[in-house]
Design a protein around this ligand. Structure first.
Ligand code: SF4
Length: 328
């Protein structure tokens, strides 16, 4: 597919500026950029450069993880992470590990999303369906993460009624499955598992409150020191409402906390039932071990520059316990 096919035939000045500023000194050939093919989803089967990380490849014989990655704000000029806090400064989507080719594809997806949301949604449905067929052939389950470098409230994203008609014509989804009313992506694929992280506390709560309607969508709240202050204005004890929390810590602190878990000491002294999960081993949050009445804390090690670790990650156990554990 190319952007001509989806109705974007030229780039506006802002879009050209994005490409020029971050990817090329000048766009050598606008048509080449527009015409080059791209997919919305990358998956962990085969050599997908976007998902080469061990958190995805370790499990590729067990299930398929498919991910949608948009370009971060610094590149696209469009803020797909409006609730991001301190991480904005060192966004992982803008780190040196991202190749130019991948970034270009993310830019195209971002332009497509903002300019032609209905077409984007239709394309997303078709790609999920294709990946679902691939998963069925390999006898694997399919897990989809839609917010790679974005924080879009997908629960509330639905295409217009005409797009639903197109989806019905072009996909193998039955009319009865699609229905007359716009449906979000989770309802269109009740047999596919979706998971994501969010920094948007209000969205997380809306997700919890509507959990019965989308059991195939698992959301983890991602802790951020700046967001903490903002969330306290919404609800003083906001952390109590979080069941699945991702926290960035230093490598040493993660080892210490994981040792506590292995010694079954992880909740001693705080009268809390906490289950620590090493989030660096596997990205698939849908499969995290859940015990009723336990809060799940996903420990992720800081991936940014070493000199910034103090600003973004917990390094001391006491600090971590005071700030997180005692408030859950
Ligand atoms: S939430 Fe993730 S993608 Fe969004 S700004 Fe922060 S690091 Fe970047």
């Amino acid at each position: 597919m190319n952007l001509f096919n989806v109705g974007i035939t030229s780039l506006n000045d802002k879009q050209k500026e994005c490409i020029e500023k971050y990817l090329y000194k000048r766009i050598p050939d606008e048509n080449t950029f527009l015409k080059s093919s791209f997919k919305l989803l990358a998956n962990n089967q085969g050599e997908q450069p976007q998902l080469r990380d061990k958190r995805f490849t370790k499990v590729k014989d067990t299930y398929i993880i498919s991910m949608l990655q948009l370009a971060p704000m610094q590149i696209s000029g469009k803020n797909f992470c409006p609730s991001a806090g301190c991480c904005k400064e060192i966004c992982i989507g803008d780190s040196g590990t991202n190749g130019k080719k991948q970034m270009l594809a993310r830019l195209k997806r971002s332009f497509y999303y903002t300019e032609q949301f209905n077409g984007f949604f239709e394309r997303l449905v078709l790609e999920i369906q294709n990946t679902k067929n691939l998963a069925a052939l390999k006898k694997l389950s399919l897990f989809v993460r839609l917010n790679g470098y974005s924080d879009i409230p997908w629960l509330e994203k639905t295409p217009d009624i005409y797009t639903l008609e197109e989806i019905h014509k072009n996909s193998t989804l039955e009319k009865a499955d699609i229905g007359e009313q716009p449906k979000n992506i989770f309802k269109l694929f009740p047999d596919v598992y979706f998971y994501d992280y969010t920094k948007d506390y209000c969205y997380y709560i809306r997700h919890i409150n509507a959990k019965d309607q989308h059991k195939n969508y698992h959301l983890v709240y991602s802790y951020d020191k700046i967001c903490d202050r903002v969330n306290q204005n919404i609800s003083k004890n906001w952390l109590e409402n979080i069941n699945d929390l991702a926290v960035i810590v230093s490598q040493d602190l993660k080892s210490e906390l994981m040792k506590d878990r292995d010694n079954e000491n992880d909740h001693i002294g705080h009268n809390k039932k906490i289950c620590y999960i090493d989030g660096d081993l596997d990205d698939n949050r849908s499969l995290d071990y859940h015990v009723s009445k336990y809060k799940t804390i996903i420990l992720l090690t800081f991936q940014g520059p070493k000199d910034k670790v103090q600003n973004f990650a917990f390094t001391e156990k006491m600090d971590f316990e005071n700030c997180i554990i005692t408030r859950l």
